[in-house]
Design a protein around this ligand. Structure first.
Ligand code: GRF
Length: 185
């Protein structure tokens, strides 16, 4: 199962890997907390079931309860947060402990939270990268599965860095899923 909020290039990487047989896992359901996202379109192209559980103008407690019920009913082996822009509440994490992974565009523990690429540039980092980690109760704090590193170019903009990081993220996410499938995580 994959949870998304927007563009969905990481979801696309998973769907492509599924199609190519690079991973054995099958995406059973894509849940988006926003309507009409490109990510939903990508899932539909692969005939993967989708569900929108809107978080907009909604009591967060109600949103997360509906999300939790939907996820529980689908009985996923793995829940991938692929650009899902919500912090899961502790109860949710506890229910699916060790079965939720997240892709983050920085070398955690550096630059957790929003806009990690801009944080890296503002800090003058010479290297950054991406991290796939198991989700715990904190924000981007769970155990690291794997990381990939990239040199930050002189005078690089946030957008340029973001663009260069994406292929690395896609590769990292697929490798992390492979490690999980092989029982190495
Ligand atoms: C990625 O940079 C990911 O690391 C972060 O959100 C972004 C999602 O991109 N968590 P996409 O929707 O997968 O294209």
């Amino acid at each position: 199962m994959v949870l998304v909020s927007g563009r969905g290039t990481n979801l696309q990487a998973i769907l492509d890997a599924q199609n190519a047989g690079t991973i054995q896992s099958r995406v059973a359901l894509v849940i988006s907390n926003k309507e009409a996202t490109p990510a939903l379109k990508r899932a539909e192209t692969f005939s993967v079931p989708t569900k929108v559980i809107t978080s907009k103008n909604r009591n967060p407690r109600d949103f997360f309860l509906e999300l939790q019920d939907t996820v529980r009913a689908a009985k996923p082996d793995l829940i991938v947060l692929a650009g899902f822009m919500k912090i899961l509440p502790p109860d949710f994490v506890k229910t699916f402990r060790s079965r939720i992974i997240n892709i983050h565009p920085a070398l955690l523990p550096n630059f957790p939270g929003l806009d990690a690429q801009a944080q890296a540039i503002a800090a003058g980092a010479k290297k950054t990268g991406c991290t796939v980690h198991i989700v715990d109760e904190g924000c981007d704090t769970g155990p690291v599965i794997l990381q990939k590193t990239l040199d930050v170019l002189p005078n690089e903009t946030r957008d340029h860095l973001t663009e260069r990081l994406l292929p690395l993220e896609h590769q990292a996410l697929i490798e992390a899923i492979q490690l999980i499938e092989q029982g190495k995580m």
